[in-house]
Design a protein around this ligand. Structure first.
Ligand SMILES: Cc1cc2nc3c(=O)[nH]c(=O)nc-3n(C[C@H](O)[C@H](O)[C@H](O)COP(=O)(O)OP(=O)(O)OC[C@H]3O[C@@H](n4cnc5c(N)ncnc54)[C@H](O)[C@@H]3O)c2cc1C
Length: 275
């Protein structure tokens, strides 16, 4: 049962508290997932370490790259003119009320079918700055989502190169147009070199236990001109990349049906052919 709430004034102070607090300690950022869990009977958390004052609210956009503090809310991100390319993704996350509280750091630990911003970060080849009592390390976002972080670690920021808006696409299939978790989320960055795809990164949400790279689809696209036929093959190949589950939003069967259609639509947006 919860008996203490701590409000550390810096990231190192948060990490030190986490290290000294033992098993019953938990971190909270915006609290959109942690608070409902506490209110619905989470008995394991005895000490809550709230990150709101830990100095994780920085946004730095410089020379084509972004460093975003883990405590930045989606509402603040959406208000950044330099991050306009990510606005469709941000607008697809929950409701305005949720986006006023939900943070970038919390999204990395949100269970599927949440994690829409995490999918963007994987497609952008982002890294996370992770702080522990031993110091800071840099961790690829894709690895962080697969392996998690240590019990005494916190994420302080994420870093990525800003994509060319013409080579970036984001599309989320939902049960309704607003405020719904993903049936399938597609975030993709498809740079071209000499008229062919080079360095494609496609991340999928809602279709596996974590956000996944659509590596089979990427392999089909690599080195090819982005034609309708190539996109159709890539969209079918992506079925090898997923392991969907049934939940309140959709069945695994339905997700398998939706994925190729949805991925084809997302990628077609990058050719100017939306058929
Ligand atoms: C009604 C509703 C709708 C939602 N819709 C969406 C949606 O459409 N898309 C979507 O992606 N998500 C959605 N979510 C999930 C969630 O709100 C967001 O993913 C949000 O980004 C979580 O951030 P938070 O700051 O509120 O996390 P919190 O609830 O504070 O924390 C969540 C988890 O992350 C950990 N954590 C937080 N910050 C850090 C850090 N810096 N370092 C290490 N661990 C940390 C916490 O310990 C906790 O385990 C929804 C949630 C609700 C309740």
């Amino acid at each position: 049962m919860l008996s203490a709430v701590e409000l550390p004034a810096s990231a190192p102070a948060a990490v030190a508290l986490l290290a000294s607090a033992g098993d019953g300690a938990a971190l909270m950022a915006g609290g959109t997932l942690v608070m409902p869990a506490l209110l619905h009977g989470d008995q394991a958390t005895r000490r809550l370490i709230v990150l709101a004052k830990a100095g994780l609210g920085g946004i730095e956009l410089r020379a084509g790259s972004a460093t975003i503090g883990a405590g930045v809310t989606f509402a603040r991100l959406a208000a950044q003119p330099g991050l306009a390319v990510l606005r469709p993704a941000l607008a697809s996350i929950g409701s305005p009320t949720l986006r006023n509280m939900a943070t970038v750091g919390g999204n990395l630990f949100a269970p599927q079918p949440y994690g829409d911003f995490a999918a963007c970060l994987v497609a952008l080849d982002a890294t996370a700055a992770v702080l522990s009592p031993a110091g800071e390390r840099s961790l690829a976002l894709e690895r962080l989502l697969q392996e998690g972080i240590g019990r005494q670690e916190i994420v302080t920021a994420v870093r990525f190169a800003l994509p060319d808006p013409a080579r970036w696409t984001y599309l989320k299939a939902m049960r309704r147009q607003l405020n719904s978790a993903a049936i399938v989320t597609v975030a993709a960055h498809l740079p071209l070199a000499g008229g062919v795809v080079q360095g494609a990164r496609i991340a999928l949400g809602g279709v596996a236990p974590t956000v996944v790279r659509a590596r089979a689809a990427e392999a089909v696209l690599e080195g090819q001109a982005l034609t309708g036929a190539v996109i159709a093959r890539a969209a079918e190949a992506a079925l090898h990349d997923i392991d969907p589950a049934d939940d309140a939003y959709a069945s695994a069967w339905y997700r398998r049906r939706v994925l190729p259609v949805h991925l084809r639509r997302a990628l077609a947006g990058l050719t100017g052919d939306a058929s």
